[in-house]
Design a protein around this ligand. Structure first.
Ligand code: PRP
Ligand code: ZN
Length: 300
């Protein structure tokens, strides 16, 4: 198949497999785009919108967008920022179109437990194993530790100090489990990351309107990610207090209950996530029969 015949369709690059991929395909599915995740079919046509999906290595996504092989891509901020800092004269630096709120992680300097670090400047003179040389170098320079040596590794950085390959590492921390298992602790935060939709400027035409459609759907799904629909019965005088307890709540809908003049049913959409302590507080001011429901999509 010659992909260049299809210039009327938006080309979206995504990671083909890995941590980012699962959540990316989940997002696309929730956007109504049925794409089969596959290690072998690297090119998939979406029927719902004028979009073709390229399934590639995530490290390649910024460059594919920069050179125009793809129009947009979904990539970790860590990978995009590392590419941006290290790309030599890129054809074009893609824009960040949407922050997607998933694949959150931190790029951190970590040291073996028991090895104290008075200030980041003390990293000078150490050997640091990383696959993020540009981000690490920027952090070291900003913190007056330019004397540190970078040791290039593509994975399993956490084992480098034990093998004597390096004194410290600079790697992705998500749950912190890998650091813990290898007797390391976080000594500095280099970059806070989440998945991003990046893209190149598009003129008018079919790819631009497909992108507009995709962004509208992504925003609807992203907005609803933490949103909950909360229903309860409560004493009428507690309405204002209830609205102030629930985070990111819009104006509550208040419904009379037949034969119970002092009690009302209250329905609220909360955009910022509802935690157990919120429910305890609601209960404390007299709310009963509290239901918390997921919201699938929120449009405008
Ligand atoms: C990533 C990252 C860390 C680990 C962090 O590695 O490079 O090693 O996950 O996750 P945690 O904080 O939840 O333990 P990955 O599994 O992608 O393998 P690699 O770095 O060896 O490629
Ligand atoms: Zn790793």
């Amino acid at each position: 198949m010659n992909m260049h015949d299809d210039r009327d369709r938006l080309r979206l690059a995504v990671q083909k497999s890995g941590r980012l991929a699962d959540e990316t395909f989940d997002l696309l599915n929730r956007c109504g785009l049925k794409v089969r995740q596959s290690r072998s079919d690297l090119y998939a046509r979406v029927e719902e919108l004028e979009i073709d999906v390229l399934q590639v290595r995530d490290d390649d996504i910024p460059e594919l967008v920069a050179c125009g092989a793809a129009d947009v891509g979904i990539v970790g901020g860590n990978v995009f920022e590392e590419w941006r800092l290290s790309a030599t004269a890129p054809a074009l630096v893609p824009d960040v179109l949407e922050a997607l709120g998933f694949a959150r992680c931190r790029l951190c300097i970590a040291l073996p437990k028991g090895r104290a670090l008075a200030t980041p400047t003390a990293l000078s003179g150490l050997r640091i194993a990383t696959s993020y040389p540009a981000l690490t170098r920027r952090y070291l320079d900003v913190n007056g530790a330019s004397g540190a040596t970078l040791v290039s590794m593509n994975g399993a950085h956490e084992i480098a100090p034990r093998l004597g390959l390096a004194d410290a590492i600079c790697d992705i921390v998500s749950t912190g489990g890998t650091l813990e298992a290898n007797g390391l602790f976080v000594a500095g935060e280099v970059y806070k990351s989440e998945a991003l939709l990046i893209g190149r400027p598009l003129g008018a035409g079919a790819p631009a309107s497909a992108l507009e459609g995709l962004r509208t759907r992504i925003r609807a799904v992203t907005r609803s990610r933490n949103a909950k629909y909360v229903m309860m019965n409560a004493p009428r005088p507690a309405i204002a207090a209830i609205a102030s307890i629930l985070p990111g709540a819009d104006a509550p809908t208040v419904i009379d209950l037949a034969g119970q003049p002092d009690t009302v049913a209250i329905h609220v959409v909360c955009e910022e996530g509802v935690l157990w302590h919120h429910l305890e507080e609601l209960k404390g001011i007299g709310a009963r029969a509290i239901l918390v429901l997921d919201i699938d999509k929120m449009l405008a």
